[in-house]
Design a protein around this ligand. Structure first.
Ligand code: 1QQ
Length: 387
């Protein structure tokens, strides 16, 4: 009797151990801005990552083992990003990190992950030089050098008679500084005269001096490289000051969370896109359906890119796991092998088919331009994609 009782107990105990070993979810870090003004952009990323978690775990996770996203808020600055990355690396012991939101933060935090040999996928870092931070840094966000020129070309198509461009940029932000360089080069290459380059800070909310200096030169195109709060206020103040010409916003203005800032004055702003909700592909259709059912609108670019970043890690883990069981690998070894696998994979994502070059730069085919259309309430609106 006694013996018979011990056996099932032992079997149950062993069973529990075995189940936990395979059932411990694989930790993946997501560190984006959930607080600060940068959360206007980061909140859309959280949603994309959460959708991916539910979507892929509902489809078997990593070949039967679930994965779990660990969210560590970066806030909007470098210190917050560094902190969040360190927590992911040392406390959560994640296999890879998706983040941070801003290139400005990436230049500070990615180095730390790279030194610790932890793969990083930038979901929205578009400045020049991000993949070159280190071997463990890749991005799914196509660089401004490729994306931004599309909006200038679209603006000229809408209004071919434009001659004078006024350019504005946030000089304390690495992305905005990179993007304005691309905008200025493109404007000149397209035959526009850049009549003024006005600088501001992402913390500014009063743009009176920049707006009046620029409008005195009678531009017919205004190009803004900043983030959502400052950029939204600048757009609004340009319009209130009487500017009637075309406005191009950069990637930092690429969110409906800017609408409460610039209100009815957001109307008409042109913004280049690395994602289109209507792009073909089964995976985009599935992603779009999940998003629309939940949020009753089209998915925005930052959400699609964050989904894609998680997807890339999940698919690379699946491939790796087929060669040698990921759950049995030592963490340091797994991080290194995962990084190598990420870089050689080919992924069918909501952004279309993507691969990476050997430095970790995303190779993506299609880009788009959308125009903000505000509703009569002056508070809500949408991004209308141009043909
Ligand atoms: C960057 C960006 C941001 C504006 C995206 C949120 O493109 O910092 O690189």
């Amino acid at each position: 009797m006694k013996k018979q009782m011990y056996l099932p107990v032992a079997a149950v105990l062993l069973g529990i151990v075995a189940a936990q070993k395979t059932a411990t979810p694989i930790p993946i870090g997501v560190s984006v801005a959930q607080t600060s003004n940068t959360a206007l952009l980061g909140k859309e990323q959280v949603i994309g990552a959460q959708i991916a978690e539910e979507f892929y775990n509902g489809r078997g996770g990593i070949n039967g083992t679930a994965f779990k996203l660990f969210f560590e808020d970066t806030g909007g600055d470098e210190a917050g990003a560094i902190n969040a990355f360190q927590t992911q690396i040392n406390k959560n012991r994640v296999v890879a990190i998706v983040g941070p939101t801003l290139s400005q933060q990436a230049f500070a935090a990615d180095k730390i992950a790279d030194a610790a040999k932890v793969p990083v996928i930038g979901p929205s870092n578009t400045a020049r030089g991000i993949p070159q931070i280190g071997d463990f840094v890749a991005r799914v966000s196509a660089p401004v050098a490729i994306v931004a020129p599309n909006s200038v070309r679209a603006a000229l198509k809408i209004n071919p008679s434009m001659k004078k461009a006024a350019v504005f940029y946030a000089q304390n932000d690495a992305f905005a500084t990179s993007e304005t360089g691309t905008f200025q080069e493109t404007a000149k290459a397209q035959g526009l005269e850049v009549v003024t380059v006005q600088k501001f800070q992402t913390t500014d909310s009063d743009f009176t001096s920049q707006v009046s200096a620029a409008l005195a030169l009678k531009p017919d195109l205004a190009i803004v490289s900043g983030l959502a709060a400052d950029g939204g206020n600048l757009v609004k103040q340009l319009r209130i000051a009487g500017y009637k010409g075309v406005i191009i916003g950069g990637n930092g203005l690429n969110t409906a969370n800017m609408f409460p800032v610039c209100q009815q004055y957001c109307d008409g702003v042109l913004i280049a896109q690395a994602y289109a909700p209507t792009a073909p592909g089964a995976l985009n259709a599935a992603f779009r359906t999940v998003y629309k059912n939940k949020y009753r609108k089209e998915p925005p670019q930052f959400t699609a890119q964050a989904f894609t970043a998680v997807q890339v890690i999940v698919e690379a883990l699946r491939t790796l796991d087929k060669k040698s069981k990921v759950a049995d690998m030592e963490l340091a070894d797994l991080r290194i092998k995962l990084n190598a696998q990420i870089l050689i994979g080919k992924y069918n994502t909501p952004l279309g088919e993507i691969t990476f070059d050997k430095e970790g730069e995303v190779q993506q085919k299609n880009f788009y331009v959308a125009q903000i259309k505000m509703n009569p309430d002056g508070k809500t609106g949408s991004f209308e994609f141009l043909k």
